[in-house]
Each structure stands twice: as structure tokens, then as C-alpha cells.
Design a protein around this ligand. Structure first.
Ligand code: PDD
Length: 285
């Protein structure tokens, strides 16, 4: 079965879905995107992803391409047409098409592209811990906006792959970890505190991060939103990363330093399992 994509009002075979070469997303990375996980047929936190989409658009003065209700219909159609049970929905909205000029015309019509992909079912129980490296954070100062401009992230992730690592954690000028190239970063201290960087302009406010914070609060875990250094991560009881695609993924090594005995930590495992229950509960609402 060939994949179906959505491009500005049309459902097209994925390989024939095209956009204009003067699209500002292509020219300047002038646009935003979202990735929503589909787990056992359920969309994970769709409403929060749509909230963040609206926030990213408004921070860049890009109008909504259609109503939120219409977007949900397109998302549902793509899931059905592509017969997705486990996978993800990707969508991006660019400012529009115009002859190349840095300054944009505020009247442009935003362009919406949506794709869907099947992925292997993520396991609630079985997660092999991963290795991460650290790299300098070379991004701009508005990382809270989920823009298409991902070159520093792509460079960082490729370096991680070259070193046999799963993710690159990015480090700011003060030596503190901001986040992963496509994930948020967490540690658990030996006192059992769950630490993650506060959601300021410095990081993307991850939807999985938000869900984990809710879950952790309900379990009465002590949560501290603050920055932490590479050394603190290397000496922590647990390190893990979170994202729509990796959910909660434990880390066993940070830059060649093993975390604890290298096994998946109990907090990461419990949070991962609780995240699955959280998505199932949303679907039942
Ligand atoms: N990335 N930080 C960055 C820089 C990210 O790109 C992502 C997500 C996250 C986690 O956000 P969320 O929990 O909402 O997925 C944090 C997506 C998955 C991607 O770019 O493919």
C-alpha cells in the first residue's frame, strides 16, 4: 500500500506530494512542525501538540492554515488512509510561497503538509538503555518555538550516530545541558529527585516532558526544574531522555562515563510504563 500525504487540501501518494520551490520553509526554514506519536491506535496528547503548534505559529506571526477542528479531521483521515496503529503523524506549516526575499509579506497563505508513518510498536517493558554524547548548543535563542530550522540539531544528531550513540545532549555556555537534539534531558539524583531544565526560551517545552511531569507529580516524586551539568549527569543515579518518538528512554552512558551500573533505572522504567497508561487513559476520555 502506498503512503498518502496531505498537501494544502489534497490527499496525494507520498512520492508525488510536492511543494513549490519558493516555499519559505524550503528557502529559509520559515515554518514550524509537530510530531505526534500514535500508540496502539491512540494519538498521544494530540491537544497539547495542537496547543504548542498554535503557540509556535503565533510567536512567528504565521496564521493558522485551517481551524483546529479541521486539522484534527485531516489527522484522523491520514491515520485511516495509511492504516496506522503504531507510528507517527508529522505536520509542518510554513509561512507561504513568495519570491525569495528575507522580509516576508504578512498576507501570505500558510502551507500545510502532513505525513503519516508506521513504526514498530514501542515496548512498554523492554527498553535497552542508550549511549549519549555531549556537544555545544549552537542554536538560536528561541528554542521554545518548534521551528523547521534544525541544522544544529541535525549536526549534533549525526555526530552522535557517528560515535555509535543514540542522542547528543547539547550544552550551553555555562556548561549546563539544555536538551537533546530531538529530546528533553532528565536526571534522577541519588536522593531520588527528578531533575529537568525549566521550560524557558532555552529549550523546547516537550509534550512528553509535560506528561512526565504530571505523572511524576501524581506519584509524589520530588521534581526540581533546574539546569544540570554534564558531570552531574555522569554522577547521577539515572539519566533518561524523552520525546514523542522515544517516550522515556534510559541512558547508560554519557560521553564514555557509565551511569550507575549501566542498567535501566527504576524511575525511568516506572515513568515509561506510566506514560503508556496515560496515553491509554486519554483515549478512553
Ligand atoms: N522532537 N527537544 C527538541 C529539540 C525536540 O526536537 C523534541 C522533539 C523534544 C521533545 O518534545 P516532544 O516530547 O514534544 O516530542 C525536545 C521531535 C520528536 C522531532 O523533532 O522529531
Amino acid at each position: 500500500m502506498s503512503r498518502i500525504a496531505y498537501v494544502n487540501g489534497q490527499y496525494l501518494p507520498h512520492d508525488h506530494a510536492e511543494i513549490h520551490i519558493d516555499d519559505r520553509g524550503y528557502q529559509f526554514g520559515d515554518g514550524i512542525y509537530e510530531v505526534v506519536s500514535i500508540m496502539n491506535g491512540h494519538l498521544a496528547d494530540q491537544e497539547w501538540h495542537l496547543d504548542r503548534m498554535e503557540y509556535s505559529l503565533s510567536e512567528l506571526n504565521i496564521p493558522m492554515p485551517m481551524t483546529r477542528a479541521a486539522m484534527k479531521i485531516v489527522i484522523g483521515n491520514l491515520i485511516r488512509m495509511n492504516k496506522i496503529t503504531n507510528g507517527l503523524i508529522y505536520f509542518q506549516i510554513t509561512r507561504g510561497v513568495m519570491r525569495r526575499d528575507h522580509a516576508f509579506n504578512a498576507m501570505l497563505k500558510p502551507q500545510l503538509v502532513m505525513t503519516a508513518k508506521t513504526l514498530p510498536r514501542l515496548s512498554k517493558q523492554m527498553i535497552d538503555p542508550v549511549k549519549v554524547i555531549t556537544v555545544p548548543d549552537q542554536r538560536w535563542q528561541r528554542r521554545d518555538i518548534k521551528t523547521l530550522q534544525l541544522l544544529p540539531n541535525c549536526m549534533a544528531k549525526t555526530k552522535a550516530m557517528e560515535k555509535g550513540a543514540y542522542e547528543a545532549l547539547m550544552v550551553d555556555h555555562d556548561g549546563l545541558i539544555t536538551e537533546g537534539s530531538s529530546s528533553n534531558a532528565w536526571i534522577v539524583t541519588h536522593e531520588g529527585e527528578l531533575i529537568t531544565r525549566p521550560a524557558t526560551y532555552d529549550i523546547l517545552s516537550g509534550i512528553t516532558r509535560k506528561a512526565i511531569l504530571d505523572i511524576a507529580a501524581k506519584r509524589n516524586l520530588k521534581i526540581v526544574e533546574r539546569g544540570f551539568s554534564v558531570e552531574e549527569a555522569q554522577n547521577a543515579a539515572e539519566v533518561f531522555v524523552s520525546s514523542a518518538t522515544s517516550l522515556v528512554t534510559p541512558v547508560y552512558m554519557v560521553d564514555d562515563v557509565k551511569i550507575g551500573n549501566g542498567d535501566t533505572g527504576p524511575v525511568a522504567l516506572a515513568l515509561r510504563q506510566a506514560y503508556f497508561d496515560h496515553v491509554r487513559a486519554l483515549a478512553a476520555e
